[in-house]
Ligand binder design. Structure first.
Ligand code: XIL
Length: 383
């Protein structure tokens, strides 16, 4: 960090309360990396793109290796990438992803096995374009999970087995998985994954679980799975947040609700959107889109200091909740590394300049980084 930036970060840390006088017993130097600051509390991860884990983005790869203790692949393990045609698998990119994680001693996550997006149409249809039978789709799902999970057995530590199976009202989403197989597609997916790697952690992952109705649906779903002895070990809260959503109370009570079920809780795709709201829904339905308008993209050159500060405060507030729940929360993963890489530049409006992560477009830490680093040493008190 340059001296100017460092002093700005320190000023912000002061504003956030980081410089309030407190007794410091022979203080060891404060950790300067996310993974060190949260060691013993939870893993801190990042979603990686191919440029980062293949080393083409040398600065990005170095930043990841220095800062993070866990990785998730942003796209390369999704069905359309790894299994684009019947009987055709392409493991080139996932093999590099897993090798990168191993090389840096990281906890490696697989994302995702059963989802309604980024899954080719052929998976659900026969040669004439009609929906396949329940048995055929189960067989395809089984073969896919067996091939992908089996290949990385013992190396990928946890899988997002089922992604986004719930609608906003908490009922099961009417995806082709549900309409063709029925509600037991979820338990089948978990059983197939467990069979392929009995040692892997297996997660249900979704967005907007902080909202009451959807959270209740997810709690009921996990209870049903547990009652049927389905091997679900964790729930992933995606965490595509905004400056004002979810509230601290929502975050806190959502983590508590899942922890009470005895499953691990993870924040799996954290980012904080600072741009004007373009769609009504919270969360991250990747099929939503809104037309570009200049007023939806106000900060194309740089982020005003006031918003930079609001983002730092917001990250501090979120991490205070997560740190309070350390032990129940086992991993916090950011959906990207620098603002330049973030999917939020193109969702739900294409071509915007968003600032959702801890590192700026130039790879330098933003004030939000200092704010997040400071939380463990300050204790998790406050709002
Ligand atoms: C996003 C990726 O970041 C984009 O590159 C891709 O075009 C669409 O998917 N919820 C998820 C992630 O579970 O897989 C999504 O990732 C973001 C929302």
């Amino acid at each position: 960090m340059s001296a100017v930036r460092l002093s700005r970060a320190l000023c912000l840390a002061a504003l956030l309360g980081a410089c309030a006088p407190r007794p410091v017993p022979e203080a060891a130097p404060a950790p300067s990396t996310l993974k060190a600051a949260y060691r013993g509390a939870f893993l801190v991860g990042a979603a990686l793109n191919a440029a980062q884990f293949s080393g083409r983005d040398t600065a990005g790869a170095a930043l990841v290796a220095a800062q993070f203790s866990s990785t998730t692949p942003e796209n390369v393990l999704k069905w359309e990438s790894v299994h684009p045609r019947p009987g055709v698998y392409d493991f080139t990119a996932p093999d590099r992803y897993v090798a990168f994680g191993q090389q840096h001693g990281m906890f490696i996550v697989g994302h995702t096995l059963v989802w309604h997006n980024q899954t080719p149409r052929w998976v659900f249809t026969d040669a004439t374009g009609n929906p396949v039978s329940r048995d055929t789709l189960i067989a395809r799902m089984h073969e896919h999970i067996d091939s992908v999970v089996g290949r990385y057995r013992g190396r990928v530590g946890g899988w997002d087995v089922v992604n986004e199976a719930l609608d906003e009202d908490g009922s099961l989403r009417r995806s082709p998985w549900l309409t063709i197989i029925g509600p037991d597609f979820i338990s089948l997916a978990f059983r197939f994954a467990h069979e392929a790697d009995p040692g892997a952690q297996l997660y249900y992952n979704d967005y907007s679980l902080e909202n009451q109705a959807k959270r209740q649906g997810a709690v009921a779903l996990i209870r049903r799975l547990q009652a049927e002895a389905v091997p679900v070990t964790g729930v992933g809260l995606q965490g595509h947040d905004r400056l004002d959503w979810p509230t601290v109370e929502q975050e806190d009570s959502t983590i508590a609700a899942f922890a009470a079920l005895g499953v691990k809780v993870m924040i799996t795709e954290l980012d904080v959107d600072v741009l004007p709201r373009a769609v009504r829904q919270t969360g991250a339905d990747v099929r939503l889109s809104a037309a570009a308008r200049p007023e939806l993209n106000p900060w194309t050159d740089s982020l005003p200091d006031s918003v930079q500060l609001a983002l730092a405060r917001r990250y501090a507030e979120v991490f205070r909740v997560l740190y309070r729940h350390r032990g129940e929360v086992t991993r916090v993963t950011f959906w990207g590394v620098t603002d330049k890489d973030s999917w939020k530049n193109n969702w739900p409006v294409p071509g915007r300049t968003n600032y959702p992560l801890l590192f700026g477009r130039d790879g330098r830490p933003k004030p939000a980084f200092a704010a997040v680093l400071a939380v463990p040493s300050l204790g998790a008190t406050g709002p």
